[in-house]
Write a protein that binds this ligand. Structure first.
Ligand code: FNR
Length: 379
């Protein structure tokens, strides 16, 4: 396929769907129960309208910003998403290459199909990575991983995922469990560590979907009181909490600043609790009940991002940046590293077009004055 002929993220997904082995596709596409949150994540952006200003010089347009003080060229980052090699051999390394080209940040999943060392092997100075952690029942394993991360300079923060202590019920994934079973679903970070016969991995049920296999051994007993001090003790990097879905938890997280430096409003791409709110709703709640959170910590969002206008709307609502999960994986499926580059190229160009048509030159000028959220706030 000529990647230049692909014009939007939906077309990327169409091409990838033809390329990726069925089991990998089902794992990426899947979301919980009736896929309600997955669908709403994207649909909610359609309900927000833009308020363009005219008669403004819009020749210049600058999409650069920063995350936790690290400069990036795009307010778009690649979300941690497991098993990129189910889409293409380039895997997470390919995503890193594409991110480097566009000056975008990448958060590496604990369940990545390549080791962190492989993924950052060709990182350029200034390239920004985060590492996403699923705390393991056997805490010593997580401590060993954190010790390993402490030595990796390009990893600028630890992103602790909180919205999926147990996997959601993803029927596409479960149904495909017997198909293409030659695909490996072991997380690479644990491969070079000795796995005893009695370890949770060794007991992974053979008939589970990819998601369930990967979740085996993940701790479900995390708490604000016990887990944050433990994590702070074992990492020398800032902490980002991923999967915040209410203003109450956003506020709580902000009370742990400066240890917690950012939160990610996310429902895990609709893959954890179905009918959990899209990030836009949580952002609006925060603005209404505890707007000070936006001053205390950075707020990032993900879920359903497919258009530059989605990105601009999230920034107008107060998000520092937006994450893309499936778009990057499907980009890999559409054309390896070049496919991910095409995804970022499309999203960057659409974001610039949107900013220009709004009459905005820099991302820090974006604010509530550029959107109309009435249709989302009918309560
Ligand atoms: C994910 N996501 C995810 N999140 C996380 O913290 N750790 C992980 O290992 C994974 N793995 C994963 C695999 C796949 C296939 C998908 C689609 C998603 C969730 C991810 O970080 C992000 O929250 C969503 O993907 C964002 O939604 P979109 O962009 O996919 O709509």
């Amino acid at each position: 396929v000529d990647l230049e002929s692909i014009l939007n993220i939906d077309e990327i997904e169409e091409v990838a769907t033809k390329n990726i082995p069925h089991k990998g596709w089902a794992y990426y596409y899947s979301a919980s129960d009736d896929l309600t949150s997955k669908a709403f994540n994207g649909a909610v952006y359609r309900q927000i309208l833009l308020r363009p200003r005219v008669f403004i010089d819009c020749v210049a347009c600058d999409t650069s910003t920063s995350f936790l003080g690290h400069n990036v060229k795009l307010p778009i980052y690649v979300s941690p998403a497991a098993m990129a090699r189910l889409a293409h051999q380039d895997g997470e390394w390919g995503i890193a290459q594409a991110c480097e080209k566009f000056g975008a940040m990448q958060i590496i999943s604990q369940n990545a199909s390549m080791t962190p060392e492989q993924i950052i092997a060709d990182a350029k100075p200034g390239q920004v990575f985060g590492w996403q952690l699923y705390v393991q029942n056997e805490r010593a394993k997580s401590e060993a991983i954190l010790a390993r991360m402490n030595k990796l300079d390009p990893i600028k923060f630890i992103c602790l995922t909180l919205d999926a202590p147990v996997p959601g019920k993803r029927e596409h994934d479960e149904r495909s469990k017997n198909i293409g079973s030659n695909l490996s679903v072991r997380a690479a970070v644990q491969e070079d560590q000795s796995v005893s016969k009695t370890s949770p991995e060794a007991k992974t049920p053979k008939l589970a979907g990819v998601g369930q296999s990967l979740f085996w051994g993940t701790a479900a007993d995390l708490t604000w009181r016990s887990t944050l001090p433990w994590l702070a003790k074992h990492t020398n990097k800032p902490i980002v909490l991923k999967g915040i879905q209410t203003h109450e938890d956003a506020y709580l997280a902000s009370c742990y600043a400066p240890q917690v430096k950012a939160i990610i409003l996310s429902n895990h791409g609709g893959r954890a609790l179905d009918t959990a709110p899209p990030a836009v709703h949580t952002l609006l709640e925060i603005r209404k009940y505890c707007p000070e959170v936006l001053d205390r910590i950075e707020v990032w969002v993900d879920g359903g991002i497919k258009r530059g206008t989605d990105i601009v709307k999230a920034l107008c609502l107060g998000a520092r940046g937006v994450g893309v999960g499936r778009a990057a994986l499907f980009g890999l499926g559409a054309g390896g590293k070049e496919g991910v580059e095409r995804v970022l190229e499309i999203l960057k160009a659409e974001t610039e077009t949107c900013m220009r048509l709004l009459g905005v030159e820099r991302v820090d000028q974006l604010g509530m004055q550029y959107i109309n959220t009435r249709a989302v706030e009918r309560d």
